[in-house]
Write a new protein. Structure first.
Length: 367
């Protein structure tokens, strides 16, 4: 291998790609299974320790491949037990990954991009601007690092039971890297999670939802936040390209009988913006014929925003109206707020190619 060649990061490979990699080396494809077990079952990233591989193959792997997960730069622990890690990838960029423990489950929230290009007005990640997509290895590597830090499956304890792509970025804008990561989460040679325990959250990228439906079986969450187009466009600019009627068609296809799925709709409640009784009633009309659940999220403030969280009594009134209309609706409990790990608060460290964060700072200084 020449000094200019780059070694392949095996964290970027799901089972199919790992098999192809070993076949390209003239090795039997079953080597892929052995190496995947070392990585995801044993947590081993040193080829020399993979003792069921020949010494010759271990030496060859050391020359052409590497196992490099993202690096944990810092760890914060909330008073409620939530853990937030800042993970870096070199070049000055970093993202945030959050683990939320509950009595009967442990949910890991991971990121798919450095920043986000969609500019949803209620989300601090969007205010940071956008730098780049994450690779498959940088996505699945967050789960690997969190599992190691938490002692996942050590002494038979499965700490991480659910993984949600609800961190920084729009996963469907990074489709080709996200799908192999989802495959590794689902595959028994990886983390072996059931479809209902792996959730991809999208702001409503309709072509991506359609493509996801035909590619892999995972749970889908859609950031809705408004029951009508004009209001949603002010909160989620992507709605101008994919309005609600088109989004609902895509979601209905996703939950068709053939696939036996439901969609979770996320609805952030913002004081005086989208939390009135008429909004709740319109939401019932919009969703009542669609197999779905509604997740009501109290707005989590961040520096520079003019939005406020809806009062508790208005949140409960909103929930009561939609439930009386036949919807299943829960209010998400805010977790990790003291370490800025709550929904919509993740910011990481983004070298912003969009200059959005600079424009927002300039606007706030003029205000």
């Amino acid at each position: 291998m020449s000094v200019t060649e780059t070694r392949i990061n095996l964290f970027d490979l799901d089972e199919d790609r790992m098999r192809a990699f070993f076949e390209s080396m003239g090795e039997k494809p079953f080597r892929a299974q052995q190496v995947l077990k070392w990585i995801y079952h044993q947590g081993v990233t040193d080829f020399s320790l993979m003792t069921n591989l020949s010494r010759e193959l271990r030496g060859k792997l050391g020359q052409v491949a590497e196992l490099e997960p993202p690096k944990i730069l810092s760890e914060q622990l909330s008073q409620d037990g939530t853990t937030k890690w800042l993970m870096g990838f070199g070049g000055g960029n970093a993202i945030e990954t959050v683990f939320i423990p509950e009595p009967n489950r442990g949910t890991l929230c991971i990121s798919s991009q450095v920043g986000c290009a969609l500019n949803c007005t209620f989300c601090s990640t969007g205010a940071q601007g956008f730098n780049r997509n994450l690779s498959t290895g940088e996505i699945i590597g967050q789960v690997w690092q969190a599992a190691r830090a938490l002692g996942h499956e050590r002494n038979g304890t499965r700490r991480i039971t659910n993984v949600v792509l609800m961190g920084m970025g729009e996963p469907l804008l990074n489709f080709d890297a996200v799908i192999p990561a989802l495959s590794l989460l689902r595959n028994d040679l990886g983390f072996g999670m059931a479809a209902k325990r792996v959730t991809l959250s999208t702001a409503g990228l309709v072509p991506g939802i359609d493509r996801l439906r035909d590619t892999i079986d995972v749970a889908l969450a859609v950031s809705l936040h408004a029951p009508e187009d004009r209001l949603r466009e002010s909160l989620v600019p992507l709605n101008r390209k994919y309005p609600i009627a088109e989004l609902m068609r895509s979601c209905a296809d996703y939950v068709s009988d053939k696939h036996k799925r439901t969609v979770t709709f996320e609805y952030t409640l913002i004081d005086g913006v989208n939390d009135h009784p008429e909004h709740a009633k319109k939401l019932v009309k919009l969703l009542r014929r669609l197999p779905s659940k509604l997740n009501l999220i109290p707005f989590n403030p961040f520096p520079g925003t003019s939005y406020r969280c809806s009062p508790e009594d208005r949140i409960r009134k909103f929930q009561s109206i939609v439930m009386e209309g036949g919807l299943i609706a829960t209010v998400r409990k805010t977790r990790g707020g003291d370490i800025d790990a709550a929904c919509g608060q993740l910011v990481g460290k983004v070298l912003d190619r969009t200059r959005r964060s600079q424009r927002i700072r300039e606007q706030s200084q003029r205000a």
